[in-house]
Write a protein that binds this ligand. Structure first.
Ligand code: HEM
Length: 378
């Protein structure tokens, strides 16, 4: 799709939408304040899916954007570069432990079950200071809560997680420690009227839910791509300094898309007012899909866009979005991926997929990302 091209389409759930795919236009519109995540009538608004992050918009209120900005400041401070640097040795230890399990597993081993699925929840346990004896429940709620395509399971997970996070906030209010719930509890102590415990519980759950699924999927997809390409795998193994570059390139190629190449899909935004984009008028309330997958494969932005080249430089990925909703966990996600691949290529120099790509089933059947199982050999 060309830059500037805004195309009329119909979403998987039968709603009208505008699809945008050129890299320049997608980036520009992600940062355009006239397109937002709010709508005056969320229940009646067009959407991609009926639940999950690609579901309906949020309720518009006059304060919604300001409250969102305050949430971002609070979470951003709590996930500071300093805190993340402190986590690095713990993430390395977690990765080492998971790869020990992988090394001992009979081959072919399921990389998804042994590594991609447990890693993000284990990292979030560190960030949130979840004690070991509560970790299994925590991981279970997280996995249930991100099952967007199975609403019953999703609601069970969110209910369990919210109750647990609420108790964690109460505990940290009584006994502070150096973790995210401590910072959230401190915000409540400073300004209990605007930072109610209920609101902070929702903020904490947002961070947790946003931090699990996409990271898991990115690990799965990156592993499939890199291990299927013996030359690129060898390049990273022989020059570990390439890992950071390789992670950017793998993230670019992993940008989310829908199952079925013709299903229109993208980061959803709703027009807050009439907006004209390169000659096309999008009316207030209409849905715009910012297709970051198409944008990441736009050959006017990047040469040979479908080819994995771990030597490509530059952080051109839109996988973390851009603008007012830019992913708050991007540095943490990058850190997990780079520690994992750094360690993996050293310890498993001959890793390769044990099944052809068409046998890998996506985690969410509506999306062509992630997996439910990833057999590998080495
Ligand atoms: C490879 C892994 C990840 C990917 C691909 C990813 C992708 C994204 C994208 C595209 C958005 C913006 C959505 C929009 O514009 O509507 C977003 C937002 C967000 N992400 Fe991530 N994310 C990842 C990992 C994480 C992690 C590890 C965390 C935290 C632990 C996290 C926390 C968040 C939060 C809190 C938001 C909401 C920001 C806001 O609304 O202002 N993400 N993420």
């Amino acid at each position: 799709m060309e830059d500037g091209e805004v195309r009329r389409t119909t979403t998987a759930s039968g709603h009208p939408a505008w699809l945008v795919g050129g890299h320049g236009t997608v980036r520009r519109l992600l940062t355009d304040p006239r397109l937002d995540v709010y709508h005056e009538d969320p229940a009646g608004a067009p959407r991609c899916f009926d639940s999950g992050p690609f579901g309906p918009p949020q309720q518009w209120t006059p304060d919604a954007a300001d409250e969102h900005l305050r949430m971002r400041r609070l979470v951003g401070r709590s996930m500071s570069a300093r805190r993340l640097a402190g986590l690095r040795p713990r993430i390395q230890a977690i990765v080492d432990g998971l790869l020990d399990d992988l090394a001992e597993a009979p081959r072919p081993a399921d990389f998804h079950r042994l590594v991609s699925a447990p890693l993000p929840p284990l990292v979030l346990r560190e960030l949130f200071g979840v004690p070991d004896d509560e970790g299994a429940d925590f991981d279970g709620w997280l996995h249930d809560a991100i099952s967007d395509h199975d609403p019953g399971r999703m609601v069970r997970g969110i209910t369990g997680l919210s109750a647990y996070v609420g108790t964690l906030l109460q505990r940290r209010a009584a006994e502070p420690r150096g973790d995210v719930p401590t910072d959230l509890a401190a915000a409540h102590a400073e300004d209990p009227e605007s930072w109610t415990m209920e609101r902070l519980t929702r903020v904490a759950c947002l961070v947790l839910l946003a931090g699990v699924g996409p990271t898991m999927d990115a690990i799965d997809d990156s592993l499939v791509r890199l291990s299927a390409d013996a030359d690129q795998w060898a390049a990273v193994r022989e020059d570990p300094e390439l890992v950071e570059n390789a992670v950017e390139e793998l993230l670019r190629l992993s940008a989310i898309t829908a199952a079925g190449t013709r299903t229109p899909f993208g980061i959803p935004r709703w027009a807050a007012t009439d907006v004209t984009v390169d000659g096309t008028t999008i009316r207030k309330g209409e849905l715009v899909l910012l297709d970051i997958h198409a944008a990441s494969h736009d050959e006017r932005h990047i040469a040979e866009p479908d080819r994995l080249d771990v030597r490509r430089s530059g952080k051109s990925t839109l996988i973390f979005g851009a603008g007012a909703h830019y992913c708050l966990g991007a540095p943490l996600a990058r850190m997990q991926l780079s520690i994992l691949f750094h360690t993996l290529v050293g310890r498993f120099p001959a890793m390769r997929p044990a099944v052809p790509p068409e046998e890998i089933r996506p985690r969410d059947p509506r999306l062509a990302v992630g997996s439910t199982g990833l057999p590998v050999a080495w």
